[in-house]
Design a protein around this ligand. Structure first.
Ligand SMILES: C[S@@+](CC[C@H](N)C(=O)[O-])C[C@H]1O[C@@H](n2cnc3c(N)ncnc32)[C@H](O)[C@@H]1O
Ligand SMILES: [Zn+2]
Length: 318
């Protein structure tokens, strides 16, 4: 077993690099906004024995396992089940005004992706659910495919999956629905996409991969919550505090990069506007001019790290 591999075989991505950037000091309070199985949290708690950790996750299963994995740290750890978009409320309920570091390791954990029942992967036949917060009120992937229009389904698959054949896939989904046989399982969707998309020999990934990614992002509103989370996180940092974010695809990385540029005072308005409308104000210094990416060794040991990009900022002393 790899040293950074926790219970359930989840290997934490860019582990050392992330905690180096956050650089926890004695007495610091650090938030792990995507606790998962607690791999990054453990590294913080071990590296800085006088730091306190607040862990957030919206997934009840992850919370259960992380509680067990971090039990030995006792009251240095506080775990809250919530969406990280609620970071400010979560901290204020704990009576905390400001924290010294925040990390987010976005996307799904291997616990979710390797679940045989939650519908994140077409490797297992399961109902098309894909909700990270399985107790929440939001629709499942199957429900989205039942209720969205053909155009909305196509746009979702195109925007969040960058799938060229989104229109064909959406047409087939709606044809099945109209025939009274809506797509309800991972296998049904994977087979439908396989039939709808011409297979190219250059394609190294399964043709349904992009469609599954797109639906997962839509079901969990992953891009929608990210921007608010980033700006609220900076508000929650004490002067000198650091925020480090690991993203896993270009859509996410673009949001992180632009949010950090804006928070560093760089105007994000289109060049044709005579005056700034985006309200960019300098609140942070960017610590990663270029994103940090996994080393060759990490890439060979953990294929999940393939597309990981780490960016970080430091809040200014103002
Ligand atoms: C990649 S895993 C984190 C793994 C963790 N860093 C570790 O080392 O074990 C991402 C976790 O973040 C959670 N998550 C993703 N988006 C979230 C959000 N908006 N709010 C709260 N939790 C979220 C997922 O449920 C998942 O457990
Ligand atoms: Zn502007």
């Amino acid at each position: 077993m790899n040293l950074s591999e926790g219970e359930n075989g989840h290997v934490s991505v860019l582990l050392k690099e992330t905690i180096d950037l956050v650089d926890p000091k004695p007495g610091d309070v650090i938030v792990d906004a995507t606790l998962g199985l607690g791999g990054h949290s453990r590294e913080i708690l071990e590296r800085q024995p006088e730091a306190r950790l607040i862990g957030l996750d919206q997934d009840a299963d992850a919370i259960e396992i992380a509680k067990r994995n971090l039990e030995e740290f006792g009251d240095r750890v506080t775990i809250v089940q919530t969406n990280f978009v609620n970071i400010r409320e979560a901290l204020s309920e704990l009576g905390i005004d400001a924290v010294n570091g925040i990390i987010a390791d976005l996307g799904v954990s291997s616990l979710q992706f390797d679940s045989e029942t939650r519908g994140f992967s077409f490797r297992f036949d399961a109902p098309l659910d894909m909700r990270m917060d399985a107790e929440g009120q939001y629709p499942t992937a199957a429900e989205l495919l039942q209720t969205l229009s053909q155009e909305e389904i196509a746009n979702t698959i195109y925007q969040f999956g960058e799938e060229r054949f989104s229109r064909r896939i959406a047409r087939r989904i709606v044809e099945r629905r109209e025939a009274g046989n809506p797509v309800a399982t991972t296998r049904e969707l994977a087979e439908l996409v396989e039939r709808a998309v011409p297979r190219s020999k250059k394609d190294k990934i399964h043709p349904a991969t992009r469609t599954f990614q797109a639906l997962r992002i839509a079901v969990n509103n992953e891009l929608g919550v990210l921007e608010n989370f980033l700006s609220d996180s900076v508000e929650s940092l004490a002067p000198g505090g650091r925020l480090a974010v690991i993203s896993f695809h270009s859509l996410e990385d673009r949001i992180v990069k632009q949010a950090f540029l804006k928070l560093s005072g760089r105007c994000q308005c289109p060049p044709r506007l005579p005056t700034c409308q985006c309200g960019a104000v300098k609140k942070v210094e960017i610590l990663t001019k270029k994103p940090v990416v996994p080393t060759e060794t990490e890439l060979s040991e953990n294929p999940r790290s393939r597309s990981a990009k780490l960016r970080a900022v430091r809040k200014l002393n103002i």
